[in-house]
Design a binder for this molecule. Structure first.
Ligand SMILES: Cc1cc2nc3c(=O)[nH]c(=O)nc-3n(C[C@H](O)[C@H](O)[C@H](O)COP(=O)(O)OP(=O)(O)OC[C@H]3O[C@@H](n4cnc5c(N)ncnc54)[C@H](O)[C@@H]3O)c2cc1C
Length: 307
């Protein structure tokens, strides 16, 4: 059997509504390739593709995504390699919340700052997810990347990690990450997490994709949006949260077009340039298209950074 056919027999290919795979719960359909081995990823990335992690930083257009959407499956989601020594290679689909919990139980310090972030490890690396208490880059040593069909090991220092961003080349899939945590005690780790948890208490519980805008230098996007009196502003089923002005929540029936229009209204009314933190995929359709929604790079090897 040719290699591609053999590999395709392992990857699961399904047409799915991306609304079901993102935390904001909007977005149309795509062909989703779920990969259980590096060879599957190699095969899936032979055509134009995007990579989906936990879907917690994405706004997907109502018209769906024309490219393949590549996901890492259960084989990449096992956190058990992390033991009390705190030095481990982990698959990029490991959910961050479970990893943070495991680190605390093992008495390992270094992930307290990412408490409460609903990402997968790979998506956390790509976005350098974190809070003012710490970010994933603090614990990251190196990664295995799939790039142009080859697996490459790259030190964290070469990933261009910065505030909520990295400089991975387009078309890169993070397969695994090497983390190094510091032995401590469960009690000390839990105490360090309390401050992070307290800072999160004011955040909305409704469906969202986290903070919509990056903080501009020297200020907070949420403060600016609040000061402009925009809490509670609604377009269709999308609303600026009452609890935290930098969160857009889906009241239940929001479309991507609603969300995109709401973002544009906020940007127009705040008066300070605000950069959207989310990655935006696909075809918006409807009114948002007429208003010039920026739907990211065209399809040539677009996976990671169209934000
Ligand atoms: C309630 C809530 C709270 C949040 N709080 C925070 C916070 O405090 N701090 C913070 O930084 N973020 C926060 N976020 C945003 C989000 O969780 C992060 O940006 C996170 O890093 C996204 O990871 P993900 O796995 O969900 O990636 P996705 O949203 O699936 O994808 C994001 C980008 O990463 C790429 N990507 C994902 N996985 C891979 C991979 N394996 N290889 C290559 N590219 C990949 C995608 O192509 C896309 O470009 C929050 C989100 C929510 C919903």
């Amino acid at each position: 059997m040719p290699e591609a056919d053999a590999v395709r027999a392992r990857a699961t290919v399904t047409r799915l509504a991306l609304a079901s795979l993102t935390t904001l719960k909007v977005g149309g359909e795509a062909e989703v390739w779920t990969c259980e081995a590096d060879a599957d990823v190699r095969d899936a990335t032979r055509a134009d593709f995007r990579v989906l992690g936990g879907g917690s930083n994405l706004l997907v257009g109502d018209g769906g995504v024309p490219e393949r959407v590549v996901r890492l499956g259960r084989a990449y989601a096992d956190a058990r390699a992390l033991d009390a020594a705190g030095d481990a290679w982990l698959g990029a689909a490991v959910p961050l919340p479970g990893l943070v919990r495991r680190a605390r139980q093992l008495g390992l310090s270094g992930l307290e700052g990412v408490l409460g972030i609903p990402a997968q490890l790979g998506g956390a690396v790509v976005m350098n997810a974190g809070t003012r208490f710490g970010e994933i880059g603090d614990a990251l040593q190196e990664v295995d990347l799939m790039l142009d069909g080859r697996v490459e090991r790259v030190p964290a220092a070469d990933l261009g990690l910065d505030y909520r961003r990295s400089e991975l080349p387009p078309g890169t899939v993070v397969l695994r990450a090497h983390l190094r945590l510091t032995p401590s005690t469960p009690e000390r780790v839990a105490r360090a997490e309390e401050a992070v948890d307290a800072a999160r208490r004011g955040q909305p519980k409704a469906r969202s994709a986290g903070c919509a805008f990056k903080n501009p230098p020297g200020d907070a996007a949420g403060r600016l949006i609040d000061a402009a009196g925009l809490k509670g502003l609604r377009v269709g089923g999308a609303m600026i949260a009452h609890e935290h002005a930098n969160f857009v929540v889906n009241l239940g029936d929001a479309t991507a077009a609603d969300v995109a229009m709401l973002l544009e209204r906020v940007r127009a009314e705040v008066g300070v340039p605000l950069e959207v933190e989310w990655r935006r995929w696909g075809l918006p359709g409807g009114e948002a298209a007429a208003r010039g929604w920026d739907h990211g790079r065209p399809a040539a090897r677009p996976s990671t950074d169209e934000g």
